[in-house]
Design a protein around this ligand. Structure first.
Ligand SMILES: C[S@@+](CC[C@H](N)C(=O)[O-])C[C@H]1O[C@@H](n2cnc3c(N)ncnc32)[C@H](O)[C@@H]1O
Length: 137
């Protein structure tokens, strides 16, 4: 049977259509969204992929907090959840966080140094004592 111009087994399609969007189409879809809703669309809108599969269509979105994903199969849900914890974008976030923490540590580190305030104070008193002893008024 023809469905959207394609020869398809509509029975199967109605039960569980399964097709995974190629990366180029994913990128194009996000470009179209930005064209229509503006460059900050990800911060201004929520995204709900209601047939998300393993989340291909959501790949590359930067504001993960505004994404909702639901799908039929529990195994696909598990894959998406695993990606939240160990996927490429999670690893990128960790890497960015490490860089930020390194910069912060480099700013804080010089504030920690060796200095014996009493030792320096006593030494200064000793020097003053020597100087005063040798000064003739
Ligand atoms: C066409 S794939 C698209 C997956 C993903 N959004 C992508 O673009 O790569 C559709 C997905 O929706 C799921 N699905 C099919 N029928 C569904 C339904 N009635 N409710 C929720 N999810 C469904 C399928 O299991 C499949 O993983």
């Amino acid at each position: 049977m023809k469905f959207f111009g394609l020869h398809t087994d509509v029975k199967k399609l109605s039960v569980k259509p399964s097709f995974f969007t190629p990366k180029t189409w994913v990128e194009l879809s996000q470009k179209y969204l930005a064209d229509v809703f503006g460059k900050d669309w990800q911060d201004e809108y929520y995204v709900w992929d209601c047939a998300a599969g393993t989340g291909n269509l959501l790949a590359g979105l930067t504001n993960k907090y505004n994404i909702w994903a639901s799908t039929l199969d529990k195994t696909d849900v598990d894959v998406m959840k695993e990606r939240i914890h160990n996927g490429a974008s999670f690893r990128k976030l960790i890497s960015n966080l490490r860089s930020e923490l390194k910069i912060l540590a480099e700013k804080i580190e010089p504030k920690v140094y060796e200095y014996g305030f009493l030792r320096e104070y006593i030494f200064s008193l000793y020097l003053i004592h020597i100087v005063l002893k040798n000064v003739t008024i």
